[in-house]
Design a protein around this ligand. Structure first.
Ligand code: MLT
Length: 407
């Protein structure tokens, strides 16, 4: 009989968010009268901006006319979008990233998950703990981990981020090759400042490691002096890859469009010790395994950078960040210790009386009919914490807070 990839059997239970969905479905089936408020997975609720919708419609009409019809597009994305990204997201902030260093894709979850395959299976992986589970699970699937024991996979380097260190992890003590960083962080909502990022870039240079920088939530940073891209830091071009997404920023979770920036100055080495361009490897991988994001969606993403698009996106972000502010203040008023929510659409709270994260999840669901995400699902240092997402309608956020307060 055909054998499976044995590494899949090291994975713990199901992926976090489907597991939450399963529990909520079960609860709703048993309690059909309960009006459940979902602040678990960070999924947007507000509609796509008008500028985006009209660009998608216009592009769809082009596809209905033989004179403007397009078939396969470039795998890395159309130049019009890559140029808009390079100019607006990087060059406008002094980060030197060129259009041909941008790879447009269908999601930064996919890119964060797939990027590991261009690196050696011997690469030592370092993750912040708690962390977006995709970084860990995809490296387990690939075979870089040992077995799971006491909440951790052997061979991975966990960098705890807890209230004790302001959710900013210390540098690893052992040799690591791939360092996953997320800022603003999912799940803790912590943002790394310029000094923090300079430290990481210097560390990666010194130890010849590569930083995989997930900036999917950069648009939620409310202080403009904070870096939004690791490429705002001198030297980062030689040590980092950055992942970005239109999902949370512009409401593309269902529409799908994201991108990854890989500078041409970034090199890794082959088994002979020769330098190999990481950009060239990812280019090769992208051409082989991906056929591009659809033309109408790329036109929709381009419209995010139009004057009207920027205005509409800003208002979406303000809406969610006002939710975050209300959640943070509301929880703090109840006496709960809560963090994040200032530069990120997530609030990270300490569970009361040292409750386990999943017990708190069950309690909140059964008593308040509010769904959040148990911190333990993001890693062992997330135990005893809980995440609430600010991606919801205002009335639901207020209702959820009032139920939590009443309980
Ligand atoms: C989350 O809730 O952490 C995110 O929605 C997950 C994702 O973006 O894949």
């Amino acid at each position: 009989m055909t054998q499976i990839n044995p590494h899949y059997q090291k994975l713990q239970a199901g992926y976090l968010f489907p597991e939450i969905g399963r529990r909520v479905k079960e609860f709703s089936a048993q309690n059909p009268q309960a009006k459940v408020i979902r602040l678990g997975i960070g999924d947007v609720v507000l509609p796509l901006p008008e500028a985006v919708r009209s660009a998608i419609k216009k592009a769809t009409d082009e596809l209905g006319d033989p004179k403007t019809f397009r078939g396969y597009g470039p795998e890395q994305g159309y130049d019009f979008l890559r140029e808009a990204i390079a100019q607006n997201d990087f060059q406008a902030r002094g980060a030197k990233i060129e259009a041909d260093e941008i790879f447009v894709s269908d999601g930064s979850k996919c890119d964060c998950g797939n990027i590991q395959e261009i690196f050696s299976l011997d690469s030592r992986v370092a993750v912040v703990d708690p962390v977006y589970p995709v970084y860990v699970d995809t490296n387990v699937m690939a075979g870089r981990s040992g077995h799971y024991q006491d909440g951790r996979y052997a061979n991975f380097v966990y960098m705890p981020a807890t209230a004790e260190n302001n959710f900013k992890p210390a540098f690893p003590k052992e040799k690591v090759d791939l360092i996953y960083l997320c800022s603003p962080a999912n799940p803790t909502g912590t943002v790394l400042d310029k000094k923090d990022l300079e430290g990481w870039v210097a560390f990666a240079k010194k130890h010849e490691a590569i930083i995989l920088f997930d900036a999917a939530y950069e648009a939620f940073i409310t202080d403009d002096s904070l870096p939004r891209s690791i490429f705002e830091i001198p030297g980062a071009r030689e040590v980092a890859i950055e992942f970005r997404s239109f999902s949370k920023t512009a409401g593309f979770t269902g529409t799908r469009c994201a991108f990854t920036a890989i500078p041409k100055d970034l090199f890794a080495k082959n088994e002979k010790g020769e330098k190999v361009s990481v950009h060239a490897l990812w280019h090769r991988r992208h051409c082989t395994k991906f056929n591009g994001v659809s033309y109408p969606i790329q036109r929709g993403a381009e419209a995010v950078y139009s004057a009207q698009g920027k205005k509409e996106v800003t208002s979406l972000i303000h809406y969610y960040m006002e939710n975050a502010r209300l959640i943070l203040a509301g929880l703090q008023q109840t006496g709960l210790q809560a963090f994040g929510g200032i530069h990120a659409p997530y609030v990270w709270l300490k569970t009361p009386n040292g409750m386990k994260s999943w017990d708190f999840f069950d309690l909140l669901l059964s008593k308040s009919h509010v769904v959040g995400t148990p911190g333990a699902g993001f890693g062992p240092s997330g135990e005893g914490y809980f995440r609430l997402s600010a991606f919801g309608f205002r009335e639901n956020i207020l209702e959820a807070l009032s139920r939590i307060k009443n309980y």
